[in-house]
Design a protein around this ligand. Structure first.
Ligand SMILES: *Cc1c(COP(=O)(O)O)cnc(C)c1O
Length: 227
């Protein structure tokens, strides 16, 4: 594991190579740096080499970082599971929430989004077939949930996110992501605001780019092991 300032251009280069290899438009896959359980200093190091978007899973830890890093003009994505008592702070402090998986959370995020803020960008988290007890909406339920989100005044429906269980090889990873891509393509037909397919982490982002990801979420590949 090299340092963050070297990892980021290396990973960006890799993403560009995969776009090329799998006939994706150059620059169509963006990089979200997942900074959960990483220090503020490491976030500053990543920001210093051009990263602007960071993902966090744990609300208290994230709020601490967001409040301490206001000088950096960063964009924050909430990725963790959402209990109802957490929605107010999430709506107040984040730019994106990628882990919305039920109606109640969508209603609360919209009603609690401050009027002075732009609409909160939302992805619906989908549970893929090989997951056991992770959160996420069933793919069959996504249509209804997306329609609700699109109708709420302070939310902007952006797309889908999933966290598949680890799979050992490229082909099985691709098969899994293909299912999410299919759901994404179908939902896009009824919602013009949908432009984000958030899939791919440190160990499977090649497969995700191959299957149409528009945003990969890399944590350990950028920052090293979590503390
Ligand atoms: C932790 C996490 C990541 C990053 O995982 P790595 O394997 O470290 O790249 C991405 N997405 C979500 C939702 C996560 O919880």
């Amino acid at each position: 594991m090299k340092n963050i300032a070297e990892n980021i251009p290396t990973l960006t280069q890799k993403i560009r190579e995969y776009e090329d290899l799998y006939k994706r438009p150059s620059g169509s896959v963006s990089l979200l740096a997942v900074s959960k359980k990483q220090t503020q200093d490491k976030i500053r190091q990543a920001a210093a080499v051009g990263i602007r978007s960071f993902g966090e899973n744990y609300l208290q830890e994230a709020l601490h970082k967001i409040k301490n890093l206001t000088d950096m003009d960063l964009s924050w994505h909430f990725l963790g599971s959402i209990q109802t008592n957490k929605t107010r702070k999430i709506a107040e402090y984040f730019d994106w929430v990628q882990s919305v998986d039920r109606e109640k959370i969508a209603y609360r995020l919209s009603s609690q989004r401050p009027e002075s803020s732009p609409p909160l960008n939302v992805c619906v988290q989908i549970k893929l077939s090989n997951e056991e007890k992770k959160s996420g909406a069933e793919v069959e339920h996504a249509t209804k949930l997306c329609s609700l989100i699109a109708s709420l005044p302070n939310l902007q429906l952006r797309g889908l996110m999933a966290i598949p269980a680890p799979l050992p090889d490229l082909e099985s990873q691709r098969t899994c992501f293909r299912r999410l891509k299919l759901a994404f393509t179908n939902l896009k037909k009824s919602h013009s605001s949908i432009d984000t397919l958030s899939m791919g982490m440190s160990n499977d982002f090649e497969a995700a780019v191959a299957e149409g990801s528009t945003m990969v979420r890399l944590g350990s590949a950028i920052f090293g092991p979590r503390i």
